[in-house]
Every structure is written in C-alpha cells, then in structure tokens.
Design a protein around this ligand. Structure first.
Ligand SMILES: Nc1ncnc2c1ncn2[C@@H]1O[C@H](COP(=O)(O)OP(=O)(O)OP(=O)(O)O)[C@@H](O)[C@H]1O
Length: 500
C-alpha cells in the first residue's frame, strides 16, 4: 500500500437527534481516486466536509500527512493541502472572477493597504489558462457567467500545486460536457503527481471508470471497501449497488417502450423565439409527450427552460401555453406550469424553509378552505410526497438547508408533482440523486406522460435524454441543430455529433 495521506478513525457526527455518521473508519492513500458511494443522505458529504474543515465532528480522530488533523476552516484546510469542491455553486455575486478566485487570499495582493487589482487579474488569467478555462478572465464580473462556468472557477480555486487531497463532491452533474473534461484532467493530474482524490458521484459508469478504490456507505456507516481487482469482477456494479441500497434494485432505469405517440394537443409552444442566448427557437410540446433538449455548455438549452417558465425575457417571438402567452413565473404557476431549476439552492428550493412549506408552496391556493390554509391538508400533501420520493428526513418540519444534496433535489421535484403541474420543465431533474431514486423518478416521469402531462427535459445526461425522450432536440450556438425521434438504435455518438 502506498503512503497514507488521510486516516479517519471512529468518526461520529450527530445533528441533535440525527445521527449522520457512526464510527466511520476511512484511509486514503497516495495515487488513489477513492470513490465514496452511497444513497442520498448516507453521509458522504458529512465525512468529507469534516475533513475539509467545514464543520466539527462529534467524536473520532483524523490524521493528514501523518499529523493530527483538526482544521477549523476550509481556508485552513486548503492552505495545508486539503481542498474540496462543493456540490452547489459557491461563488460570491457582485465580485469579479479574480476576486472570487482569490477570496480569503486578498492579503497576498495588497500593498500599502491597497489591493493590486491588475496583478490579481493577471494571475487569475494565468491560473484559468492552466486549467484550460480560456473563456473566463480575471476582470470579468462573475454574474456574467452561468452555473456551469462558476463551477469551473471553483475547481480552479480549489486546486493548487500544494493540494494533496482534492474532494470532488457530486461536481460532474453540475458541469457541462466540456467542463467534465477539465475536471477529469485535474483528477488525472492529481494521480500522476502521486496525490489523491476523493470522488463522490451517483453515476456508476463514472465511478467505475475514474476510481481505483471504493468505499460504500449506508445510513452513516461504512458497508465495505472494494479494491481495484474487485471492481473489475463481472458483477461488481451489482454487488456495489446491493451494498449501497441493501437490496437488489435490478437493471431497468429508463422507459423500455419505443412508442413515441402523444396527443395532438399542443401544451406549450415556442414560436420563433429569440432572447438571451436563444435564436429563432420553435417547438410544439404536446400533451403526453417528453421532449428532451441537450447540448454543450452555453448552447442555450437552459435559457429555453427559463423562458418557458417566464423567467427570462423574450425579445422576439412567442412562448404560449394552451394558446396564451406566458407572461411571468407567477403566471406560469397559475397555469400549472412547473419548473425545476438546475440552480438548486438559489432557485429551486427555499433553504431557510421547512420541507413541508417548500413542497406546498406552489399549491397554497389549492390547500385553502374558506380562505384559510388548512394545516391538515398541508401536512397530508407534504407527507404523501415525502413518502413518494423517499425524502430522507425526520419529518416535514425539518429545514431544507439541513438535507443532503440529493434530498434537496427530491424536494424541488416533489413540489411540482404535488401541484399536479400539467407542463413540467425539468432542468437536470436527477442531479445528485441516487440510483434507486433516479429509477423511481424516471418511473414517475413515464407515469406523467401516460397521464397526458407535457414534459420538457433539459439535461447534460445523454443517457437519460435518449432513455426517456419521445423527441430529442440538440441545440448548438443558441439554435436547434437537430431533432431525433425516439428509437432503439439512437446512440450517444449520433447525438454528440450534432452538439460539437
Ligand atoms: N445541518 C444539519 N442538520 C441536520 N441534519 C443534517 C445536517 N446536515 C446534514 N444532515 C443530515 O446528515 C445526513 C447525511 O447527509 P450528507 O449530506 O452527508 O449525505 P450524502 O451522502 O452526501 O447525500 P447526497 O448524496 O444526497 O449528497 C442526512 O440525513 C442529512 O439530512
């Protein structure tokens, strides 16, 4: 075994009555891409965030580079060679790219109490270039960039020459396809330089391809460690899934039918729509139809979703639902349009609110009896959907901010199902969700189609687009580049050809 970098012994973490970690032992060595896998809420982010100095443990010991390890902040951990890329975007709005890149390190650029902005911008550009991120410059305002680009900046911020362990916490699903290549190169370089990566992901293909050792967690406990040799066994994925979930969940993920029929009724229509990053986009989405949209970063697909929900200005053309113009997000909700934003923590859920109030939010008018909100109806609706999506929580009163990433995503999905939305725009709907729940979500999406709902699924996950869509639209440079019909022979290579 190569040199041990991080050793965690008997770690426990309690949040009041909630036990997040029970007696966890973990060893990370040089040269490892150490996968941490487990269902949503199993404790993956808790272990890594404690080791990265974000929060204290309840009990247990850690050593890093052979010494006792008790970092009191992320900055302290990073200075000592332990960095983490968080699940959600963690940039400061209103600042420049360089100010974000060097947040907490401003002193390195100050002379006579003044920050040397030019030097800061220049050094930022050099760092960005080193990572292959040429389209962002130090002087640019961060607010000009979308979620995917801000995530790239976080990668550049987290990794320095001194980084010995990098934690990648469910980062790939937040990235565009090109962004993933940048991340994978960082991971490869870490291994080539005999450092280590702790890699958290729900994508089993990615885990099997990238990692050379795996630790499986369930309910805050380590359930097994799988070596490289064991990962190469023919039934390895099945064994790992069983360890994660505690039961055999089978192989079926997506729809198995190839019947792309739907109603002739148009539920949502884009007529020659032009707006920010979208040019002359036309589409008719029918009742009982799932239309997928895919493309590379900046292709315009996320903006199409925002326009459909009245969140983005339309400069030219029309967006209509049931023949009437969609004027605003409020108007969209009233017309039973739902929208799951990719930007989870800032747009899809209210973090400082309970699970119950988040799930019920779009449905408040339906939960009113004689002008007064019915507490019984509120509780019933939220409890039904907590059960339906298996949201891991104590009860509906728990704040969304205290949920694991995947469980927050389930809340954002649940509220539109609870509303009975007729048209649902889903931007990366299964982001950060574990395999068992993903399977359940695909089943629900298929059921919605059967019930005549209209679904627009925007995604970076090629397999889910191909697996679920009746029609698949590829966008490139703000326009539609190609439309595919549902087919058993459609492959990822066919689709990617039109993206690049
Ligand atoms: N501040 C908090 N208060 C209460 N419970 C919390 C808090 N933070 C985390 N938890 C709980 O700790 C458990 C472990 O969460 P953690 O985020 O580590 O899961 P995870 O395995 O990373 O999940 P995911 O795959 O969804 O990201 C969850 O049940 C979560 O609700």
């Amino acid at each position: 075994m190569s040199e041990v970098l991080l050793e965690v012994k008997g770690m426990c973490k309690n949040y009041g009555p909630i036990t997040a970690l029970k007696n966890v032992n973990l060893t990370v060595c040089r040269g490892q891409v150490h996968g941490l896998v487990g269902e949503n809420g199993s404790g993956k982010s808790t272990i890594t965030s404690i080791a990265a100095g974000m929060q204290p443990r309840t009990s247990g010991q850690m050593t890093f580079l052979g010494k006792e390890w008790n970092p009191s902040s992320m900055i302290e951990a990073q200075r000592n060679g332990f960095s983490m890329i968080l699940q959600e975007a963690n940039t400061i709005p209103g600042c420049t790219v360089a100010e974000n890149l060097f947040a907490g390190k401003e002193n390195e650029f100050s002379k006579f109490s003044l920050v040397q902005k030019r030097r800061m911008n220049r050094e930022a550009d050099e760092i960005l270039d080193r990572f292959g991120i040429h389209h962002m410059r130090g002087k640019d305002p961060i607010d000009r960039f979308g979620f995917e680009d801000r995530k790239l900046l976080e990668i550049a911020r987290a990794v320095t020459e001194d980084t010995q362990i990098l934690v990648v916490d469910e980062t790939t699903t937040a990235l565009s396809l090109e962004g993933r290549d940048i991340l994978y190169k960082v991971v490869d370089d870490m291994v080539a330089n005999n450092k280590a990566v702790i890699f958290i992901s729900h994508d089993m293909d990615e885990i099997m391809e990238r990692c050379n050792i795996l630790t499986v967690l369930r309910d805050g406990e380590i359930r097994g460690t799988i070596t490289k040799e064991e990962m190469e066994a023919p039934d390895a994925v099945r064994t790992i899934r069983q360890l994660m979930v505690g039961r055999d969940i089978g192989e079926k993920m997506y729809r198995t039918d190839f019947d792309a029929s739907c109603s002739d009724d148009v539920a949502l229509e884009f007529e020659h729509v032009t707006g920010p990053n979208v040019k002359d986009f036309s589409l008719q989405l029918h009742r009982g139809e799932i239309v997928g949209i895919g493309g590379l970063s900046g292709c315009g697909m996320h903006e199409v979703g925002r326009m459909a929900f009245g969140m983005e200005e339309v400069d030219k053309g029309h967006v209509r639902s049931n023949g009437k113009e969609v004027l605003s997000a409020k108007d969209a909700v009233a017309r039973k349009i739902g929208y799951i934003s990719k930007n989870r923590d800032t747009e899809a859920v209210i973090l400082q609110g309970s699970i119950e109030s988040n799930i019920n939010l779009p449905s408040l008018s339906d939960l009113t009896v004689g002008g007064i909100l019915s507490p019984r109806k509120k509780k019933k609706l939220s409890n039904e959907h907590i059960d339906l999506l298996e949201i891991k929580c104590r009860n509906g009163n728990q704040w969304v901010s205290t949920l694991s990433g995947g469980n927050k995503q389930k809340v954002s999905f649940a509220k539109w199902i609870a509303k009975g939305a007729e048209i649902i725009i889903m931007d990366c709907p299964t982001r950060g969700v574990d395999i068992g729940v993903k399977q359940a979500m695909y089943g629900l999406i298929d059921q919605m189609k059967q019930e005549g709902k209209a679904i627009l699924m925007i995604s970076e996950e090629m397999s889910e687009l191909i697996g679920m869509s009746d029609r698949l639209i590829v966008m490139k440079d703000s326009k539609i580049a190609k439309e595919f019909k549902r087919s058993a022979s459609l492959s990822e290579t066919d689709v990617i050809e039109y993206m690049i």
